[in-house]
Ligand binder design. Structure first.
Ligand code: BGC
Length: 272
């Protein structure tokens, strides 16, 4: 009987995950490392949180982790962040553009600052990270760790499809990520760079705490989820690891909804 452990799917690969100091990003960083990848854990503030995640990962016996500061909405920060990760690891094979924020307001109350912050982090940040990733993958050429030259994985949202009143800045960025992802997937596929999005629904993290942290709120939220439970970061992280691996080598330009059916218009189960 073969008692060897299965080889880790991402062994020998290096990843950068933006916004990896909490929530879905943290889950993705932990999962990629568990699958053998070295991971740069990006954060903006509170280095101690990112360092604690890295310590955990480094003790777990998978890939190694380093914390790396940078605000993805700033071009210079993104350049420095990629340069830092590449200096430590040699190159990058997987870039998860995950960092995202909400600054919610009704349209008539929304300030230009709320609009610009969300566009800056969620959409400009996605562009800057994708551009830096494609430049690095192209510069270093093929490696024997993966069939792809590189993988870019966006954390989008169900709100790339579902309109969201009171959150028009956020929904606009996610609709934008869909077109960004598909346009660059088309452009980069001939170079064997795979670009895809994960579209989470309601995942229990700090960004949506108000929507799940009382029994009443959780019950209202669950009505929007045919599967009847709120998601957890691991639901998304497992898909990210698969999208980063050669098991999904023919997937390119896809939006994968990880949402317990939130995009199935559950109101129509009993209405319409
Ligand atoms: C948002 C969450 C929200 C979920 C479902 C996500 O993209 O960040 O706040 O709960 O979509 O509406």
């Amino acid at each position: 009987m073969n008692t060897q452990p299965a080889p880790k799917r991402l062994a020998g690969q290096n990843a950068l995950v933006t916004g990896a100091n909490s929530g879905i990003g943290e889950g993705i960083a932990r999962e990629l490392a568990a699958e053998g990848a070295n991971v740069a854990v990006n954060y903006v503030v509170q280095p101690e949180t990112a360092e604690a995640i890295c310590d955990d990962i480094n003790k777990a016996g998978g890939g190694k982790a380093i914390a790396i500061q940078g605000d993805v909405s700033k071009e210079d920060d993104v350049q420095a962040m990629f340069a830092g990760a590449i200096k430590q690891f040699g190159t990058l094979d997987i870039v998860c553009s995950n960092a995202g924020i909400q600054r919610d307001a009704r349209l008539v109350d929304m300030t230009i600052a709320q609009w610009e912050q969300v566009i800056g982090v969620n959409l400009t940040g996605a562009f800057l990270c994708a551009r830096a990733a494609a430049r690095e993958f192209t510069r270093r050429g093929m490696r024997d760790v993966s069939r792809a030259l590189g993988k870019i994985i966006f954390t989008s949202s169900v709100h790339q499809e579902i309109p969201w009143g009171g959150h028009c800045n956020y929904a606009t960025t996610k609709g934008g990520i869909m077109q960004l992802m598909e346009s660059i997937a088309q452009e980069l596929a001939p170079r064997k760079i795979r670009v895809n999005s994960i579209c989470p629904g309601a995942i229990e993290t700090a960004i949506n705490r108000k929507a799940w942290d009382t029994p009443q709120a959780a019950a209202a939220l669950e009505k929007l989820i045919p599967f009847g439970r709120i998601g957890v970061p691991a639901d998304v992280a497992k898909v990210a690891a698969w999208l980063a691996s050669d098991e999904s080598d023919y997937i390119c330009g896809a939006s994968i909804y990880v949402d317990g059916g939130m995009t199935l218009y559950p109101g129509f189960a009993t209405g319409g």
